[in-house]
Write a protein that binds this ligand. Structure first.
Ligand SMILES: [Fe+2]
Ligand SMILES: [Fe+2]
Length: 219
């Protein structure tokens, strides 16, 4: 059996990091410099472990093939979830000033929640997994799990890595942090509302809620 190692396929360059900011400018809103630079490094590292050059090269899917946006790129989803998480946190903070939200962790976690997607969506990995699924699994790691690995590898704190691994189905099997819960709601809510408003391909909606109906957008 051939063994595989998720190492860098190319060196991380300043251009890689610039591309991350260009595609996902909301990252600059993370006020803690260590976390902000860690988030940029996480995306640069994840991209360079794959054949994707930039975030906007990754297709706009939640999981590969389901659900899939009718247009745009992965950057549209990431930016939407980042802003949506801010809206949720602001609402509760304004209505209930006593609540305690760590905004830097929230924003870094929102920015990194799908940082494992370059690995799970990488065409070479996907072909390998499809051809020999019993060798290393299919996928070997879902993007949530690989995202946790990326976060820890680049030196981000556990609190951010926890959001990466807990934002999706894996979070159903653990207690999640308050910031992780906000990102989960933003992420899942974003997909469901996008689908209800006709932004998601109907043939890719089966993994979303059974009561979901899609209204065609205005033409
Ligand atoms: Fe995800
Ligand atoms: Fe997501």
């Amino acid at each position: 059996m051939t063994y595989h190692y998720p190492t860098l396929r190319r060196a991380i360059t300043p251009e890689t990091r610039r591309g991350v900011i260009d595609d996902f400018p909301e990252i600059t809103q993370i006020s803690n410099q260590t976390l902000r630079e860690g988030v940029i490094e996480a995306w640069a590292y994840a991209l360079c472990c794959s054949d994707f050059g930039r975030i906007c090269d990754i297709p706009p899917d939640g999981n590969p093939g389901s659900p899939v946006l009718k247009s745009g790129t992965q950057a549209d989803h990431l930016r939407g979830v980042f802003r949506y998480a801010q809206v949720i946190a602001r609402e509760f903070e304004q209505a209930y000033p006593q609540v305690d939200i760590d905004w830097d962790i929230l924003l870094a976690g929102a920015a990194c929640h799908d940082v494992g997607k370059p690995y799970e969506f990488d065409p070479t990995n996907r072909q390998r997994w499809a051809e020999r699924p019993a060798d290393a699994g299919e996928p070997t790691f879902r993007h949530s799990v690989f995202g946790m690995y990326v976060c820890l590898t680049v030196g981000l704190p556990e609190e951010v890595a926890h959001i990466a691994v807990g934002h999706s189905f894996e979070g159903n099997h653990m207690g999640v942090s308050a910031e992780c819960m906000i990102v989960r709601q933003a992420d899942h809510g974003w997909w469901h509302v996008a689908a209800a408003l006709g932004l998601v391909r109907e043939d890719t909606m089966s993994g979303l809620a059974s009561n979901l109906r899609s209204r065609p957008p205005r033409s």
